[in-house]
Design a protein around this ligand. Structure first.
Ligand SMILES: [Zn+2]
Length: 285
């Protein structure tokens, strides 16, 4: 299934700010790895319709184009156009990469002022360059946490396996010009909040309009079941931090009624969180 031919969803946040969901294709991830420490007995029934013969789940590459009176912000860039054919097949990557998906949705990549990424794993930072090596968003400042750039290029062998380091080295200088440290309001209404957990320098992105607040929790909020703070993926490098920060941020989201966009949910990525015993529930809108 690919659902990336146009803007699938957009919302008026009030005060001249809008956000549009742009799906930059899909890929497939091992189901067990996505559920991390959770026993299969508990998650099996959630995915019976979508698990494939290789025990993988379909994962959308959800990006957001946020228009504010102060500028255009793209959140996430997906996998992009530079993956070798062999890796494309291995990852089950299909659909339009970010530039083509944006253009199909009527947005000009050259008009983007800021590209904000939750973290620098291949499926979030892969779309910064075109296939010919040119910048996909020539005018944009690239925003990730400085600590994420540092860890992404570390020589720990698990880190080497989770990041596409040769690609990141090509954009390192561009990225380090725009890197941030800590919680920062990038333009009025658009903030990043460091979370750690999934990766050392992982961050959430918050967009506050006059009427609505929209939150993108990156890979701390991949799929509806991520609403349980203890359901963390095997890809989370610092799972205890994930559990703690999810509990805290999801609590704020539930109390204040934030709109949530999930990073990899293919079918119902937009919703709100509500408290449910010692966890939260994701209710699609
Ligand atoms: Zn991801």
């Amino acid at each position: 299934m690919t659902t990336n031919d146009a803007v699938d969803w957009s919302v008026d946040l009030g005060g001249g700010s809008r956000a549009a969901l742009i799906q930059a294709g899909t890929f497939r991830s091992d189901a067990g790895a996505l559920f991390g420490p959770v026993p299969r007995l508990l998650w099996d029934r959630l995915v019976t319709d979508e698990i494939d013969n290789d025990n993988r789940l379909l994962q959308a590459l959800n990006c957001l184009l946020v228009e504010t009176p102060a500028g255009r912000v793209l959140i996430e860039t997906g996998i992009g156009e530079r993956l070798p054919e062999k890796v494309v097949a291995m990852r089950g990557y299909e659909g339009k990469p970010i530039v083509a998906a944006m253009e199909a949705a009527g947005f000009e990549p050259g008009s983007v002022d800021l590209v904000v990424m939750s973290h620098l794993h291949f499926d979030h930072a892969g779309g910064l360059l075109r296939s010919d090596g040119s910048k996909a968003f020539p005018r944009a400042r690239i925003v990730a946490q400085r600590g994420e750039w540092e860890i992404a290029l570390d020589d720990n062998s698990r880190i080497v396996a989770s990041y596409d380091q040769p690609e990141l080295r090509l954009v390192r200088e561009w990225g380090s010009d725009g890197a941030v440290e800590g919680e920062v309001e990038l333009v009025p209404g658009v903030s990043v909040i460091p979370t750690g957990g999934h990766s050392k320098g992982h961050q959430a992105i918050l967009v506050r309009g006059a009427d609505e607040t929209l939150a993108f929790f990156g890979d701390l909020g991949m799929r509806p079941w991520s609403a349980n703070p203890r359901w963390v993926t095997a890809f989370d490098d610092f799972p205890l931090d994930s559990v703690e920060v999810k509990g805290e941020l999801f609590g704020r989201a539930a109390d204040e009624g934030w709109l949530i966009v999930l990073s990899h949910e293919p079918v119902m990525p937009i919703g709100r969180l509500s408290s449910d015993r010692d966890r939260f529930r994701f209710d699609p809108v």
